[in-house]
Write a protein that binds this ligand. Structure first.
Ligand SMILES: [Cu+2]
Length: 142
């Protein structure tokens, strides 16, 4: 009985280790390294979604302007939500509303905090079921 419970404990530790390593492995590669010099574009169905962040390069703890251009932009809400997260890490929720300013362009301001872990990879996700939540991943600079 005692041996069995020790075995179960070991299995639990093993499962825990497996989960942690899977989480680390699933940290997606940066697919938008260009964000420090220009925009990144993704295809979302028949639309093109472009993200641009100013000022460049994109740094932690600085007020940033997030600009999303969607073509064609018809039929989309005048306010969209951007979610800022770290792949493979649970951070506090950081979302910002971006408002349509000219036709097909949404803009809003936000801050990317500096992570205590020293990791710098962030993901910006446009929360939009119509567009299947396109996301952009890059390393934020200091
Ligand atoms: Cu973090």
């Amino acid at each position: 009985m005692k041996t069995w419970s020790i075995t179960l404990h070991r299995v639990a530790i093993l499962l825990f280790l497996l989960q942690t390593s899977t989480a680390a492995a699933s940290a997606e590669p940066a697919d938008c390294t260009a964000i420090h010099t220009g925009p990144c574009t993704k295809q979302a169905g028949n639309r093109k979604v472009t993200l641009e962040i100013d000022p460049k390069p994109v740094r932690h703890m600085a007020e940033l302007t997030f600009r999303v251009t969607i073509t064609p932009g018809e039929g989309l809400p005048s306010t969209l939500l951007l979610d800022l997260s770290m792949p493979g890490m649970v951070m506090g929720r950081n979302q910002l509303a971006i408002k349509q300013n000219t036709y097909g362009t949404w803009e809003g301001k936000g801050i990317i905090v500096k992570c205590m872990s020293g990791r710098t990879r962030w993901r910006v996700t446009l929360l939009s079921p119509e567009l299947a939540n396109p996301s952009f991943t890059f390393n934020v600079r200091d």
